[in-house]
Write a protein of this length. Structure first.
Length: 148
């Protein structure tokens, strides 16, 4: 169990963890509470299941983006939260964004929508947290104690 919480007293891991959590949280709030123009939990579940996603998987996506973001921000179960984020990013690339190419749609000129460059960045950040843990100032570090 200690391996799940163990992390170094690392400022770079703290920065990556916080940045990923802060960027992902609004997406989770869209899906859970309908904030920032999102459909809320029932609306999102309906959208995902209408697209053919099993309800259990749709629930895990919503949970990963909301509770996982909060976990990243406070550094609790950071590796699990990072895994959830990585899984969501891989799913988003494969199911939605790959067909639109690499680049974001900054100027609205790509007819299909957004590319997957953002998702690659989030995936890389999630992998760093999965490998290194929550870093400095994380609840994980407080649970596991000082690293050796």
């Amino acid at each position: 169990m200690n391996a799940l919480f163990r992390t170094q007293d690392s400022t770079p891991l703290l920065i990556v963890r916080l940045a990923l959590g802060i960027v992902m949280l609004p997406h989770g709030l869209q899906k859970t509470l309908g904030m920032f123009g999102g459909p809320g939990f029932a609306g999102m579940m309906g959208m995902f299941t209408q697209q053919g996603m099993p309800a259990f998987l749709a629930f895990l996506v919503i949970l990963s983006e909301s509770a996982g973001s909060l976990g990243l921000i406070v550094g609790f179960l950071s590796r699990i939260a990072g895994f959830g984020c990585a899984a969501v990013m891989l799913g988003a690339i494969g199911m939605v964004h790959l067909q639109n190419g690499f680049f974001m749609n900054w100027l609205g000129k790509q007819a299909g929508g957004e590319g997957f460059e953002y998702h690659i960045l989030a995936l890389g950040m999630a992998l760093a947290v999965m490998i290194g843990g929550g870093g400095r100032a994380s609840i994980d570090q407080a649970i596991a104690g000082p690293s050796r």
